[in-house]
Design a protein around this ligand. Structure first.
Ligand code: PEP
Length: 255
């Protein structure tokens, strides 16, 4: 079933104590709202917060996600955290392919596909981020469409239909992340529709109709409703505005 998801990517923010408090508030909000089936709230705290946050959230109401996982299963990889370690903490999903990981940690499609496969092997859902840079956007539609298509073709489009059913796509234009510049609802719809058509071309219409495609990039309480109202936008991946429970709550309520 196509789900409506509002996911909070906390990035490298909050102390453990602050994160636990934020998670408690989000969980209490979710409990009080009694969300309809098919609408999900996801939070992705830093690795250090996952175990204590898992203790304080209602796992039936809030899905715990990680912001990354290792590209290898286990072994001598100092500093890395594997998908199976995350699974053991109660993590249900992982964000992969975020533009900050691509840009600062040089994660390419080859690395990302390894991460995706290991996450799926552990039964984790994957929120897979794609999106074009400012220069690519300014070069025109055929270029930014092709950039996004290539990010999908090289990774999640190589999966089986069954594997792909665990993928949530997040369209996050790099020029909109943390910049205060948001894609207009029309810009978001245009590319979400394109992504859904590409999913249909690869996996068929039924899979495409069931695929959740999130928008991310300076999405906040004041603009979420008009973006989420577009027919191919199934919620959002929220950065800065996910760090305040009230703001995140307003975004959850936006659709
Ligand atoms: C993000 O990093 O996934 C994101 C969407 O950030 P922001 O909402 O702060 O632009």
């Amino acid at each position: 079933m196509r789900k409506l998801i509002v996911a909070g990517n906390w990035k490298m923010n909050t102390s453990v104590a602050e994160g636990v408090e934020l998670a408690k508030k989000v969980s209490a909000y979710a409990e009080q709202k009694n969300l309809p089936a098919g609408k999900q709230i996801v939070i992705a705290p830093p690795f250090t917060h996952l175990a204590p946050v898992a203790q304080v959230i209602n796992a039936d109401k809030v899905i715990l996600a990680a912001q990354d996982c290792a590209a290898t299963k286990n072994g001598a990889y100092t500093g890395e955290v594997s998908a199976s370690m995350l699974k053991g903490l109660g993590v249900k999903a992982v964000i992969l392919g975020h533009s900050e990981r691509r840009q600062y940690f040089k994660e390419n499609s080859e690395i990302l596909l390894k991460k995706i496969k290991l996450a799926l092997e552990e039964g984790l859902d994957v929120i897979f981020c794609v999106g074009e840079t400012k220069d690519q956007r300014e070069a025109g539609q055929s270029l930014y469409f092709n950039v996004v298509k290539a990010q999908l073709v090289d990774t999640v489009f190589t999966l089986t239909k069954e594997e792909f059913s665990k993928i949530i796509i997040a369209y996050e234009p790099v020029w909109a992340i943390g910049t205060g510049l948001t894609a207009s609802p029309e810009q978001a719809q245009e590319i979400h529709e394109f992504i859904r058509k590409e999913v249909a071309a690869n996996f068929g219409d039924e899979v495409a109709q069931n695929t959740t495609i999130l928008y991310g990039g300076s999405c906040k309480a004041s603009n979420a409703a008009e973006i989420f109202a577009k027919k191919d936008v199934d919620g959002g991946l929220i950065g800065g505005a996910a760090l305040k429970a009230d703001d995140f709550g307003k975004i959850i309520d936006a659709r």
